[in-house]
Ligand binder design. Structure first.
Ligand code: PLP
Length: 456
């Protein structure tokens, strides 16, 4: 019963990223059913899911084949621990599958239940690795402003979105945040051609300042997601990785959003950005969000070091009840089989450019400063003045307004401050793209009219 759900939700649930002031008076939208890229609320309203739940339902909602497989695995064995000498066929086979997908010698996998946990695991592994090598001083971390890496204590500290740090005493002492590689908002006086080298020079200066002997790793999303779908200048990642190699700094590719087809590749680091990370972090599209699952994949060289026998304690003392969860891993394995067999990457490669091209036509509208991103990972940034690129005042809540206007018309997009993000299920087809563009256009124009009336 809807009233009961609303009451219990309001009285007892703490929502992620809760805005306690803005908690909707009518109650939350209760999503009850999904099919491909459509989602339905409990009152029967149909929406286009322009964000795949939260960048994750890559194969689309309500996939019968995956649901049947999950049921079968649950009936056989949903869970048993994978500590010490236990394993499950699905954990073993999914690890082997990920080893075959990940580039280079990335071939040992640690499983958890999501992206934050996988990033925490990556950092613990890096610290353990340098301790095993007798280099305990090498423990500082390079991250980036506007990078998003999760919400557990350490993953939140890795996240370079300063406004979210307020009120928590996050463990940030060993973290340095490099500048966001943000072409739309590059510093004045730096032209597009020199911007990449400007960022790389800054990174090298920071490395020298901190001392390479003190730096353990560099963590980066190939394209920043939650920070605003920010695409670095061409060549940036390759040059940043080259610096890391020069200074013996391990590289962590946070591919939680970018992997499993969203950019038309199963894994993007090597195939799209031509870089070879030491560690790969995966979640979201790994299980298409059907069950919680995350993975940290390390190189054979790193694995050799962390598995060395030692005198004081024989264990690599890190693990979770749900590491290698049989049901979760079976879901991941089947999900990957479906993604590959049904040609999802080919579909995204075919329709991604059309999606971007159509969305870019909205740059003709008054407040759309930039449309950016790639394939099925796109964003619009709104400004009050296109020449000066002036942002809307916070209280205008521009992204949220256009989200609300779109939702009313049957499209769900994600508001992030002055932006809207699009990251739909990979089933999105021409009809869905065209409808999305139409709704967005109407919603933006309606919002512009209201803003005028309000004097903005
Ligand atoms: N890394 C990236 C790039 C993400 O986008 C996210 C979540 O949005 C995370 C890590 C954290 O994943 P989770 O929310 O599953 O802990």
């Amino acid at each position: 019963d809807l009233e009961l759900t609303w009451r219990n939700d309001k009285n007892h649930v703490i929502h992620p990223y809760a805005n306690f002031e803005n908690f909707s008076k009518e109650g939350s939208t209760v999503y009850a059913k999904g099919h491909r890229h459509f989602i339905y609320d409990q009152q029967g309203q149909k929406y286009l899911d322009g964000i795949a739940g939260l960048w994750c339902v890559n194969i689309g909602h309500g996939n019968e084949e995956l649901a049947a497989h999950i049921g079968e695995q649950a009936r056989n064995l949903a869970y048993y621990n994978t500590f010490e000498d236990s394993t499950s066929p699905s954990a073993a086979n999914l690890a082997a599958k990920l080893a075959s997908l990940c580039p280079g010698t990335l071939n040992h996998v640690f499983f958890g239940t999501g992206g934050s946990m996988a990033n925490d695991t990556a950092i613990k592994m890096v610290h353990y690795y340098f301790n095993m090598l007798g280099k305990p001083k090498k423990k500082k971390i390079l991250s980036r402003n506007l990078g998003y890496h999760g919400s557990t204590y350490l993953a939140h500290a890795l996240t370079g979105i300063a406004s979210t740090h307020i009120g928590f005493d996050l463990p940030k002492d060993d973290i340095t945040y490099l500048s966001t590689p943000y072409p739309y908002r590059k510093p004045e006086g730096i032209d597009s051609h020199s911007y990449c080298d400007y960022l790389i020079d800054e990174m090298e200066t920071k490395i020298i300042e901190i001392g390479a002997d003190n730096i353990a790793c560099f963590i980066a999303e190939p394209i920043m997601g939650a920070g605003g779908v920010i695409v670095a200048p061409e060549g940036y990642l390759g040059k940043a990785y080259a610096l890391c190699k020069k200074y013996e700094i391990l590289t962590i590719a946070d591919e939680v959003v970018t992997a499993f087809g969203r950019l038309g590749k199963m894994i993007t680091s090597k195939e799209m950005f031509k870089v070879q990370p030491d560690i790969m972090v995966l979640a979201k599209g790994l299980s298409s969000g059907y069950v919680p699952l995350g993975a940290t994949v390390i190189s054979s060289a790193m694995h050799e070091v962390i598995s060395r026998p030692k005198a004081d304690n024989p264990y690599f003392s890190h693990g979770f009840t749900y590491s290698g969860h049989a049901l979760a891993c079976a879901t991941g394995l089947k999900n990957i089989e479906i993604l590959e067999r049904d040609g999802f990457c080919e579909h995204v490669n075919k329709w991604g450019p059309y999606f971007k091209e159509q969305l870019t036509t909205l740059e003709d509208l008054p407040i759309v400063g930039e449309v950016r991103g790639s394939h099925f990972m796109l964003a619009l940034e709104y400004v009050t003045d296109k020449k000066t690129k002036t942002s809307f005042p916070m209280e205008v809540n521009i992204g949220k307004r256009i989200y609300t206007a779109s939702k009313k018309r049957g499209l769900i997009i994600r508001p992030i401050g002055p932006l809207n993000v699009l990251s739909p299920p990979l089933t999105y087809d021409k009809d869905a793209i065209d409808e999305t563009i139409g709704i967005l256009k109407d919603s933006i124009l309606e919002t512009v009219t209201t803003l005028h009336k309000e004097g903005h």
